[in-house]
Design a binder for this molecule. Sequence first.
Ligand code: FMN
Length: 319
Amino acid sequence: MTGRAGIRAVEPEGAVGSGADNRPVVVFEYSQTGQLTEVADALVAPLVAAGRPVRRVRYAPVEPYPFPWPVARFFGVFPAATDESARVALAADPAELYTAPDELVILAYQVWYLAPSVPVRSLLAAHPELFAGREVVTLVACRNMWYSAAAEVRRTLAGLGARTVGTVAAIDTRPQGITLVTTLRWLLLGSRDGFLGRAGVGADELRRVGAAGERLAAAAGPDETALALADAAPVVPVLAAADLVAGQVFRRAGAALRPARGVARAAGLLGFALTLGVAIVTGLPALVAARLLLGKRFDRVVRARLAGVTAATSAGAPR
Ligand SMILES: Cc1cc2nc3c(=O)[nH]c(=O)nc-3n(C[C@H](O)[C@H](O)[C@H](O)COP(=O)(O)O)c2cc1C
């Protein structure tokens, strides 16, 4: 870890409340636009109100990613984003990079190309000690496809010997066609508000995440954490199915593109962008049709594939 830029820690906030679960909380977070910070604020506000000490630890890449994203950078990050071993150097205050054994850890992250963003992967890789032997709540905020990313984060945490006790997910709940346009407008042009409305996680989701935070604050003890967060990551079956299929395809496409350089890489990325457009326009309606035909059977298959992603897990193998 180098330097102190990009990290800010909020000191524990006062006396412990009346609930039996008085454990302090630490949140690890990086947000490019502030959206993830806003979602984390909503989750921890009830804990702070209940007197739980909450430490916010913000880290960031030493070389910041651009915002808004030039189109070439946005698609150019695809091969790295789909590479589980991709890392960037992080700026963080070493004095803040610890977890006490009794701290409940909240790992907040965003999704890049159906995978956990490169910065969060880098944190997990560079600082396994923050998570080993800890109880972890994962908090994901993205457009609406978080399932493959959540599966990877859960797997990684288990590999580090962490116990994932809950998943909270916040998405843009508006129709897929609209969020596709508004998210691209936001990320590529920098305007969150405008044509077709505000992009990103809206007030409805912030309220829902806040309600999860209230249940967490009211939990009578550590054993009730999972219960409190039981429905904090609602599954949308059609989106989850698309995500799980595309997540595999993205990882293979990214691996195929990684060795390419120069014109070959640019052509490959252009091909990927065009194929992605076609896949969204044709693939999602096909999945909607399958959902209509198969009904609850479709949902059951998707939920079975997601088992262990949203539910609490037992302790993973220590490193
Ligand atoms: C390069 C890139 C790829 C993204 N891919 C996805 C994606 O696959 N699924 C999704 O739901 N959101 C995706 N998003 C949206 C992010 O998850 C996130 O909502 C947005 O970047 C704001 O996050 P922030 O808190 O870091 O500002 C992507 C964003 C970026 C920059």
